[in-house]
Design a protein around this ligand. Structure first.
Ligand code: CDP
Ligand code: MG
Length: 714
């Protein structure tokens, strides 16, 4: 086991004595917890298996200690000697961040030193980082700069059962990297496949060689093979094992207490209301223990959070000890950590989570699970080339994972908010994301890695030919690919460098030509977060009035820019007199008064800072179009032309690229104005198809600014 080093500090006053005592207790507690994890007893055997097998599949019940402990075992066993790093990928940023914090804590080190994390728009690592948690998408990006991932001795693909599109692509990539590293000869050349390596990977870093073929300049030696570990919570080890040529799979015995499952008698018409009622029934009627509620997204979580707090004021004072803690991907990380902290004594914690709490993060103390049985999922229609987010029923295996959360520390209860016969109708498992998403992002990355033959890539599960072709076509229309399907230079290369969806990357590149990069950076940042505005049901009118001052008659994009700038002005005006803490507070207050979601705004400001940095690095010109918003709107057309729609006589809209009939979402500033032609950024599918985040444009601009698509159509 790793030594539990304590941070050195010298107590000088009583207060410090106390805090060092508290610290010692905490450390002892952590050491105790670590020892009691099911995985602790198999450390030696696991390490042996890793030494014996270059690819190992580890399957273990959620909460058995895989994510937090195995990297520490590897560190202690010497896998980080000579500056090597153990990398662990997670499908979700929340998991990468919270787990890294936990492990840094367990090791008694500051985050970002020995233990760190790196996720898009947020990096907490340093040269001394040896255990690095990151998102699967981030590791894919790292491969662009270091195709052999040479600093890693071990890469752990965690939560592989989630089968995110990045995890799937990453597995294909790692398979080849591993082969390349074990086959590379001492002069750095590869034995397979003539002068290209097995993938035909090329480095994006052009300094590396004439055509970027990284093999020529890379000097690795045979002595550093890459170990791969694939970890998964569900019992579906066979798919992975087969994919990796019969790789060895080991199971870690978990500890699971019985969980009583309850169903509703009838289908619920309003599952949020049903969830709310169930939360209070548990709170008022059941033994102590925290509650975990699965909801579909930030908006829903925040709505339920407000409703609970409202309802709490209406029950007897003695029963109000219920602490609501949200956890979802876009939550700032300090706030995410609140879900893991124990509630104050006598309080019951109710955690409102997206499906991140299904397997990605283990929150201690849960005894009750409330599961409406829904999840927000990506869905892609290759025929129409449209991706949308829809709320769909979970699969059976998801429902089981969710109920399992209640039985980690003792017997528990799970309330499924649907009738029992509905459970039987659920799909057994969730379809891998790669089969239901727009692939242009990953294809762009694969192309940038030098993988020419996308259809022939060794996917663990192949996406449909139609989806691949549609995405190639989109990349071509965006100018990222040439006629013969090669990455274009510089546009395609620049696009691959930006950590954004290809259409957004293209928008930034174009904006620098339209002299409105400043506006586009804000737009992309604001579009990257969920719901900037919030409109509580009971304060609908008040909220409308408050946000009116930001509204632009041209549409939502400029409205979002106005909000961003108003917040900026506010902070700039006062920075002189304020420290950081104070400015946070001022911003929160301002947000509250203006019905702006301060969490989302903060997140957007963060993203803005990062993408601005990327844009500067790429040498894009950071101009503003000032008051000439016409320029900006034209740039929106040039960038998002695939999302144009025109009004039909009945007031609905027809999306030009897909032919779908859509409506303007009521939250849009153009909801009543209904302009003739719009550009939109988001399609949501409920009973109707709604478009959100839109701007009024001139129909004629389409052929003028996107002739590659509209001239062809005509
Ligand atoms: O990966 P796996 O689901 O097997 O377990 P893990 O994430 O390594 O979690 C092991 C234990 O560490 C959990 O049971 C939690 O009690 C604890 N943990 C925690 O307290 N705080 C975190 N941020 C992460 C884990
Ligand atoms: Mg885990």
């Amino acid at each position: 086991m790793p030594s539990v080093a304590r941070r050195s500090h010298q107590p000088t006053a009583n207060g410090n004595d106390k805090s060092s005592n508290a610290n010692r207790n905490r450390r002892q507690n952590i050491a105790q917890q670590k020892k009691s994890l099911p995985i602790a007893s198999v450390e030696k055997r696991l390490i042996e298996e890793v030494r014996k097998n270059d690819i190992l599949i580890i399957v273990g019940e959620t909460g058995s200690g895989k994510t937090t402990q195995i990297p520490q075992f590897l560190f202690d066993a010497g896998f980080c000697r000579e500056g090597k790093v153990v990398g662990i990928t997670q499908p979700r940023r929340v998991a990468a961040v919270t787990v890294a914090k936990r492990v840094a804590d367990e090791c008694g080190v500051d985050l970002g030193q020995k233990v760190g994390y790196s996720v898009r728009f947020d990096d907490s690592t340093s040269n001394s980082t040896r255990i690095k948690y990151m998102t699967d998408g981030l590791l894919l990006r790292e491969a662009l700069l270091d195709p052999y991932l040479s600093k890693y001795s071990v890469i752990i693909v965690d939560e592989a059962h989630e089968r995110t599109v990045h995890t799937d692509v990453l597995m294909g990539l790692l398979k080849n990297v591993q082969l390349a590293r074990s086959n590379s000869t001492s002069d750095g050349r590869h034995l397979n496949n003539g002068d290209k390596n097995v993938n035909g990977f090329m480095s994006l870093d052009k300094d590396n060689g004439q055509n970027g073929n990284f093999l020529k300049k890379d000097h690795r030696d045979k002595s550093s093979p890459l170990k791969l570990i694939i970890m998964s919570a569900s019992l579906d080890a066979r798919t992975f094992s087969e994919y990796f040529g019969g790789a060895k799979a080991v199971h870690i015995q978990g500890r699971q207490f019985p969980v009583d499952i309850f169903y509703t008698r009838h289908a619920e018409t309003d599952y949020l209301d049903a969830a709310l009622i169930t939360i209070f029934q548990v709170h008022l009627g059941e033994a102590p223990g925290d509650i975990l509620v699965f909801l579909t997204g930030q908006e829903e979580i925040e709505a339920v959070e407000r409703l609970i707090n409202e309802r709490l004021t209406k029950i007897p004072e003695g029963s109000r000890k219920l602490l609501v803690v949200p956890i979802f991907a876009a939550l700032p990380s300090e706030q995410q950590m609140r879900a893991f902290a124990p509630a104050p004594s006598e309080f019951r914690k109710v955690i409102l989570a997206t499906n991140i709490a299904e397997t990605s993060v283990t929150i201690p103390g849960i005894k009750y699970v409330i599961d409406p049985g829904l999840v927000k999922a990506r869905s892609y229609d290759p025929g129409k080339g449209m991706e949308s987010l829809i709320v769909v029923p979970t699969s059976k295996s998801q429902a089981l994972q969710r109920s399992g959360r209640a039985g980690r520390e003792g017997p528990g209860k799970c309330f499924r908010l649907y009738p029992e016969n509905e459970f039987e109708k659920l799909e057994d498992s969730t379809m891998p994301e790669i089969k239901r998403c727009n692939l242009s992002n990953v294809i762009l990355q694969l192309k940038a890695l030098g993988v020419d033959d996308i259809l022939g890539f060794d996917f663990i599960e192949k996406p449909s030919r139609a989806a691949i072709i549609k995405s190639l076509e989109q990349l071509f229309l965006l100018g990222a690919l040439t006629d013969d399907c090669q990455l274009s230079d510089p546009v395609g290369r620049q696009m691959a460098r930006l950590p954004l969806d290809p259409v957004y990357s293209k928008a930034l590149i174009l904006a620098s030509q339209f002299n409105c990069l400043e506006e586009m950076l804000i737009t992309v940042a604001m579009l990257s977060v969920e719901s900037i505005f919030y409109t509580p049901r009971d304060k609908y009118e008040e909220a409308r009035t408050a946000t009116k001052c930001f509204g632009s008659p041209e549409g939502d994009h400029i409205t979002l820019i106005n909000v961003y700038r108003a917040a900026n002005d506010l902070l700039e005006k006062r920075t002189m007199e304020m420290n950081k803490m104070k400015s946070e507070k001022v911003l929160r207050k301002w947000c509250k008064e203006n019905f702006i979601n301060s969490r989302s705004l903060r997140h957007a400001r963060d993203i803005h800072r990062q993408i601005k940095g990327h844009a500067e690095q790429m040498g894009l010109s950071l101009a503003s179009c000032g008051d000439d918003m016409l320029q900006f709107r034209r740039c929106l057309v040039a960038s998002f032309f695939l999302n144009a729609a025109v009004k039909q006589p009945d007031g609905t809209y027809r999306a030009l690229a897909s032919g779908q009939v859509v409506q303007i979402h009521p939250s849009s500033v153009l909801f009543r104005k209904k302009p003739e032609c719009i550009i939109f950024n988001e399609l949501i599918q409920t009973n109707n198809k709604y478009v959100r985040n839109l701007t009024r444009v001139d129909y004629l601009w389409l052929t003028e600014l996107a002739p590659q698509f509209y001239a062809m159509q005509n």
